[in-house]
Design a binder for this molecule. Structure first.
Ligand code: FES
Length: 79
């Protein structure tokens, strides 16, 4: 996953409803952390993920997670 447009270095915590989501990876979306289609053409693509039931998620914002788009604690945050 590419580096996200944030210096927070901690996950973004959201409660999501069931559905398909696209995590922005270029940082240019006006709807962060989700893709709004603004990304430039090329090799930058959003990360698609599915949520099957309402749940709290921890989206990686540091770009270092081994299981993107979710935070795996590499940032030092206990998730
Ligand atoms: S925010 Fe990237 S691993 Fe936690």
């Amino acid at each position: 996953m590419s580096k996200m447009n944030t210096d927070a270095k901690m996950p973004i915590v959201l409660t999501l409803e069931p559905g398909t989501y696209f995590r922005c990876t270029c940082g240019k979306s006006q709807n962060l952390p989700f893709c709004d289609g603004t990304h430039p053409a090329g090799d930058v693509v959003p990360l698609r993920f599915e949520i099957s039931e309402q749940k709290k998620v921890y989206l990686c914002s540091c770009g270092e997670s081994g299981s993107p788009p979710f935070c795996d604690g590499t940032c030092g945050v206990d998730v």
